[in-house]
Design a protein around this ligand. Structure first.
Ligand code: 6PG
Length: 245
């Protein structure tokens, strides 16, 4: 599975975040050099908090040339403690000089999750000036992975795993009894760079299965991330890496 993927096991969790900042800034500067801008899809959850916080402290970041989207969002309002937008606002948007109009959050306060997904899809289409069947090509999509092998809000056994036309979809997650809104595989796999950040012993089993097990994206959705014309890199801390060679 890890064929084509670059897997870097860092020597500690702080080293993981430092490597993530360095890798992200390298990607960002290259994108800006190439096109004059960098389009980013942020991941949510808790692992990225330290990464975003460290990133916000970096000097000389061309924030005004960067545009931030979200790989997924919980179906909650932006001020909800579970909101990925709230998390990113607390540790990144409120601490770095990022123009507010460069941040595109999912309108997850909309009562109907599918309507929220359709609205976000239009936001993405308009920003990337896409034709009807066009796919956006993000310069970098940041992803995490849950202990069950999910990524973004592509959870095992859920409908979104089979969405191969929409850019953004609402996804019912039975185990949480909740809706999520997520980028789909076609968008993720069209990115120029996909960067996984995985930390913690609870990820060990899934990480081994994803990177070295048989292909089974229905069970381990992170396996479905295979950028067709892009680079895939996994940044992993020792606890999550475990026996990974
Ligand atoms: C979310 C994330 C999700 C996350 C994984 C890992 O909305 O929760 O986008 O895909 O990356 O659940 O989360 P942790 O890094 O907090 O373990």
């Amino acid at each position: 599975m890890s064929a084509g993927a670059e897997v870097r096991v860092l020597e500690s969790r702080p080293a993981l975040f430092e490597a993530a900042v360095a890798e992200f800034l390298r990607i960002t500067l290259a994108a800006i050099q190439g096109s004059g801008r960098c389009t980013v899809a942020l991941s949510g959850g808790s692992t990225p908090r330290s990464f975003y916080s460290l990133l916000a402290d970096q000097p000389d970041v061309p924030w005004d040339k960067m545009f931030f989207f979200f790989g997924d969002e919980r179906h909650v309002s932006p001020d909800d403690p579970d909101s990925n937008f709230r998390m990113a606002s607390e540790v990144l948007f409120s601490r770095a000089p990022i123009p507010a109009e460069h941040v595109f959050r999912v309108p997850a306060e909309i009562p109907d999750a599918e309507t929220a997904a359709q609205s976000y899809e239009q936001t993405v289409r308009q920003f990337f000036t896409l034709e009807e069947e066009g796919l956006p090509r993000f310069d970098v999509i940041l992803l995490g992975m849950g202990p069950d092998g999910h990524t973004a809000s592509l959870f095992p056994g859920t409908a979104a795993l089979h969405e191969d036309e929409r850019l953004v979809t609402a996804n019912w997650v039975e185990k949480f009894k909740t809706w999520r809104i997520t980028l789909t595989y076609p968008v993720i796999n069209n990115a120029a760079e996909v960067m996984f950040l995985v930390a913690g012993a609870e990820k060990q089993e899934a990480l081994l299965a994803v990177l070295q097990g048989k292909s089974d994206p229905e069970t381990y959705p992170a396996q479905g991330v295979r950028p067709e014309h892009g680079r895939l890199v996994w940044l992993v801390d020792p606890e999550a890496a475990g026996p990974l060679k």
